[in-house]
Design a protein around this ligand. Structure first.
Ligand SMILES: Nc1nc2c(ncn2[C@@H]2O[C@H](COP(=O)(O)OP(=O)(O)OP(=O)(O)O)[C@@H](O)[C@H]2O)c(=O)[nH]1
Ligand SMILES: [Mg+2]
Length: 320
């Protein structure tokens, strides 16, 4: 057992470690194909909007975008931190300053669940400005903009397109959205989202870095649901979540799961919560019906609670 330390009234581990240090490899065919399609479409694009998850503002942005799509150099580029409703609002300014220092000057925070929220309202303006300010802008004949929306899986690229369309055209969903990563599987046809100016958005599949070797970054990406859960394991993701909540002194899970007290041991938490809430599995064998605590389903519930904001607005990255 690693050394423990008292924190917020709980004796807990000092750092998070895993028995297996294997890199996460998730780069299915549709991602490789998608990236090639994006490259091919790039010529017809006036601006690239990169969507990322505001809970992990620094972790997991795909370096392949810079390499293959030449983000900041080839096209005007806007970085949208989505799901701001789930992220700690006190970090927003620090994130903007961090990216400003990195040469990314256009950073916007959005909540796609609210098409009338301030971030969504500002996007079309920002896009038009970025295109007009770019050196390559020398067209006078045509006043329509083509924008490609890119990003890692499940950050809300398709939701952003639908939110803009709802806001500016009062039209319903045009592209499919889902709670698990890998919903959009190929580069789509352009979708009109605004009439004046005429703005068309191209939806693309989420593309993850092919090999995630940084363990903690992989866990943050998994907790934010950008990687399929089973690739990391619900029990491992739940353990990392528990570690992060305890580290922050956030013990809201005690009430949510019906526990007696905080704990830093995931198996204790899962078994107690499963029994308290009757999240059990019945298995019949030669002795009759046996009831087991369903720890995997409990882990999934615990993770889902984080993802829906039950434990509050939490940013997982440390902003320098
Ligand atoms: N809380 C919250 N949820 C959001 C927001 N934007 C999108 N979502 C949810 O996030 C999930 C993923 O949304 P999508 O729009 O499908 O994400 P995507 O980036 O297109 O995903 P892929 O196509 O799989 O790469 C869905 O369950 C959305 O409802 C947001 O601003 N806040
Ligand atoms: Mg999508």
């Amino acid at each position: 057992m690693a050394a423990q330390v008292a924190r917020h009234g709980l004796l807990m581990r000092q750092s998070f470690s895993l028995a297996s240090q294997e890199a996460i490899n998730w780069f299915p065919g549709h991602m490789a194909k998608g990236l090639t399609q994006m490259q091919q479409k790039l010529r017809a694009v006036d601006c690239v909007v990169e969507v990322h998850d505001a809970r992990i503002p620094l972790s997991g942005r795909n370096p392949l975008f810079e390499k293959r799509l030449g983000l900041s150099t080839l096209k005007p580029h806007l970085l949208v931190m989505n799901k701001m409703d789930l992220a700690d609002p006190t970090h927003m300014q620090a994130v903007k300053e961090y990216y400003d220092g990195q040469g990314v000057h256009q950073v916007l925070f959005t909540n796609c669940k609210e098409p009338n929220s301030p971030g969504i309202k500002r996007i079309i303006n920002k896009v038009s400005r970025a295109i007009k300010d770019s050196e390559r802008y020398n067209r006078s004949e045509e006043e329509s903009y083509n924008v490609m929306v890119i990003g890692i899986p499940n950050v809300g690229k398709s939701s952003l397109i639908n939110a803009l369309r709802a806001k500016h055209l009062r039209r319903s969903k045009a592209t499919r959205v889902g709670a698990t990563p890998g919903i959009t599987q190929s580069v789509m046809e352009k979708i009109k989202v605004c009439e004046d100016p005429k703005v068309y958005l191209v939806d693309t599949p989420g593309v993850l870095t092919p090999r995630i070797t940084d363990l903690e970054m992989g866990l943050k990406l998994a907790l934010a649901a950008t990687i399929k859960d089973h690739l990391v394991g619900e029990d491992v993701i739940a353990d990392y979540l528990l570690y992060r909540l305890n580290l922050a002194g956030n013990h809201k899970y005690v009430q949510f799961l019906g526990l007696d007290a905080p704990t830093d041991t995931i198996q204790d938490l899962l078994i107690s919560a499963a029994l308290r809430n009757n999240w059990v599995r019945n298995v019949r064998d030669h002795r009759g019906l046996n009831t087991f605590p369903d720890t995997l389903a409990t882990a999934a519930r615990f993770i889902r609670a984080f993802r829906t904001g039950v434990f509050g607005r939490i940013t997982l990255d440390h902003i320098p």
